[in-house]
Ligand binder design. Sequence first.
Ligand code: NAI
Ligand code: MG
Length: 515
Amino acid sequence: MWATARVAPTKITTIKKGGVIPMAVKKYKMFVDGKWVSSHTKETWDVINPANGKVIAQVPLADEEDTRNAVMAARRAFDKGPWRKISQVERGKLLFALARAIRDHAEEFAQLETQNTGKPIREARADISDAADCFEFYGGLADKINGDIVPVPDPNIFAMVIREPVGVVGQIIPWNYPLLMAAWKLAPALATGNCCVLKPAEITPLTALDLCKLIKEVGFPDGVVNVINGLGPVAGMELAKNEYVDKIAFTGSTEVGKQLMIAASGNVKKISLELGGKSPMIVFDDVDLPVAAEWVQFGIFVNQGEVCSATSRLYVQDKIHDRFVEELSTKAKKVRVGNPMDEATEMGPIASEKQLKKVLHYIDLGKKEGAEIAYGGQRLEKGKFKKGFYVTPTVFTNAKNNMKIVQDEIFGPVLTVIKFSDEEEAVELANATRYGLAGGVFTKDINRAFRIVKELRAGIIWVNSSQPCFNQLPWGGYKQSGIGRELGKYAVEEYTQLKQVTINLNEGPLGWYSG
Ligand code: NAI
Ligand code: MG
């Protein structure tokens, strides 16, 4: 949505823990080279609260030129600035200071995130805490990244491998976990000594912009972190094409990921992609049924199902299929959908009208394809839901593996259930997808669980749970769910490059070597 008109400030009431604070429509600037800037065209973008469709903020909209300016700021900070000369220990300390500052402002971040994304406030609080944890993890890791001394056959050669930053990284993130995704991108990049240009999703830029205040406050040098707002095909694409960018890191749709790979080939950029998913969950008939059903519901309804790793395809063993669907429907009915600022709310609105339309389109398509709705399947728009982008949690039964609702990423609270009879069939159905981000299995049989772990072709496997995510572990997908891994020590690979150095200890003439 383009908007150049100024919007009169409206009063928006937020529920503050222990009080109520009024908020006006806020005008934001972008953060480039340590300064707050507008776009050179003065173009702006209206940021919407999906719970009521109201404008809550305006941000500048960067075009290619604004993006290039941010890239050059990062370039200067990397090539000429102090950043490369700051020790790893100091970089770690800055990351710890940033984490501390996030915690000091945790409630403000959580409220802002909820108003911008529609996620329940209690989930937003968890996200903010996770973001701080991520900066701490990489703060701790920063001074533990080292190269190697490597023995080679020639005793007179002293050989080593140095690990160096890639340089300037362009980072493009989605709207489902805005501050957390900013943390996943910035923390490992900074720990390893890179300079960043981060582009949040156009619809959810606010917490990343507020983070820049803290980045400045704790003392990161100018230009080390730049945050620009802009449309994907404009600002995002410029990052991918720009010859002064050394690496692209992206989280979002598989379709855009493919375009970025092509654009990034211009100057042979390093690239990491965390793309879509359609992750399977296999439930065997030996499980504690209500417990498994609770995890399954969490795995698809958390964050309104707008989760790359959502376990959106459920395979249930025939003997318990009907009872399991009944239990799921009962649970889905009890999910408290409502104003995400309400402490009790468990599911808020979908993050944008565009995404709501996509979810409703797939619900319609599912019915046309012949699946049956066991629960939900409607938009909520009356009374307290008026003007918000709400939809009910939805469970489809009688789905077939080749249906679009089973093969396409819906990115909403829509679960498809399919029956299977034995282990072999379950694995075959689960693996029949172009995606490979995550997968899960519920069973009490440990041998069977391990067999499934080995058989599933995905980067993340959960046994008797769904969605736990830890900073220490690699995050990323097989197949069309992406390349590279985020988090843990594994992300260090994505943000560094290796330099081999050989030192000739032999004082003699060249002749010694050719022999
Ligand atoms: P998207 O992939 O278009 O957007 C994600 C980010 O990429 C945003 O920052 C956007 O500005 C940027 N972008 C979009 N087009 C671009 C381009 N041509 N060049 C460079 N950057 C570009 O996702 P969108 O349209 O918001 O959602 C569509 C679908 O993508 C969702 O329904 C969902 O299936 C999937 N998705 C997956 C996510 C994940 O976590 N894996 C996150 C968000 C969306
Ligand atoms: Mg898109």
